[in-house]
Design a protein around this ligand. Structure first.
Ligand SMILES: [Zn+2]
Length: 299
């Protein structure tokens, strides 16, 4: 009798342990502060690194992995198979700031195939694309970009994988239509997603102005007006490129903007001065203005 009771106790105990194991399935996603991860990536990029754009075949292969990854796909193993031979490493993680599950694909810094860092909300269809084309040149723009991602669920982030001066400037993805960054931006724009592209300028380029809002080569929209109004409401002097000249910071030769114009997509080119980018409080204010504008003017 005692042994039967003991057996029952043991069985119940085992059942409880099994239940606990089932409930507490370990989250294998490493906790990562994406802003910190992006900053480390940016800081490792140098102007004298080698760089080459992808061949047509490599570009197609990369898109076949990156576009599903960036648009809510959940087939992580397939993206690993497609992207690893192209030099990408995939990370499946949880962002410590937003708490959101992300997928990240990135090439190594300062390699010939420095084709970028791409971040997506796992399994979530994106509503906008956030772009950082000049990491470690337009300093801290990756911070603005990732903080925007952290505040806006449903964002795809594109960060260039090389310093814009690398390979004699060939690595400037904002002016190289053959860059993988541009191929990805084009594919996402064709899906109807608006792009917000983040740049930075030296204060002497446009003294007295904190932020330049432009549509690049596209027609300006309510999104651009919303961004400008919200940034200005915080006390920052804003130059609206559709109304006035902004010291050659309008991004009219930007190839993502020209591409967006050719397909009728929305493209916002945002330049901010170095104080706004480097001061955490001012940067947070810029991010908040962009979040407000993106939330209110895009369905
Ligand atoms: Zn720039």
């Amino acid at each position: 009798m005692a042994s039967a009771r003991n057996a029952l106790v043991i069985a119940l105990g085992l059942a409880c342990v099994a239940a606990l194991v089932l409930i507490n399935i370990p989250d294998r996603s490493p906790d990562t502060d994406l802003a910190e991860r992006a900053s480390q990536f940016a800081a490792a990029l140098s102007a004298d690194a080698p760089y080459r754009p992808p061949t047509v075949r490599e570009g197609k292969d990369a898109l076949s992995g990156l576009i599903p990854l960036l648009t809510g796909g959940k087939n992580t193993q397939s993206y690993v198979q497609t992207l690893t031979p192209l030099g990408f490493t995939l990370t499946d993680g949880r962002d410590t700031v937003s708490g959101r599950h992300f997928l990240l694909a990135a090439t190594e810094p300062d390699v010939e195939r420095g084709w970028g860092m791409y971040i997506a909300d796992y399994g979530v269809a994106p509503r906008r694309v956030i772009e950082v084309p000049h990491p470690n040149f337009d300093l801290d723009t990756e911070q603005v970009g990732v903080q925007l991602y952290q505040a806006l669920p449903g964002s795809a982030v594109l960060i260039a994988g090389a310093h814009r001066r690398a390979a004699g400037g060939l690595a400037d993805v904002a002016h190289n239509a053959n860059s993988l960054f541009n191929l990805v931006a084009d594919a996402l724009a064709r899906k109807g997603l608006p792009q917000v592209q983040l740049h930075g300028y030296e204060d002497r380029s446009l003294p007295g102005t904190g932020v330049v809002v432009s549509a690049g080569a596209t027609e300006h929209t309510s999104l651009h007006e919303q961004i400008a109004d919200r940034v200005a409401a915080g006390g920052t002097v804003v130059c609206r490129a559709w109304r006035e000249s902004c010291g050659n910071l309008e991004g009219t030769t930007n190839v993502q903007g020209q591409d967006a114009d050719s397909i009728g997509a929305v493209f916002a080119h945002i330049e901010s001065d170095s104080e706004i980018r480097s001061d955490p409080a001012l940067r947070a204010q810029l991010v908040a203005a962009l979040v407000g504008a993106l939330n209110s003017s895009i369905p």
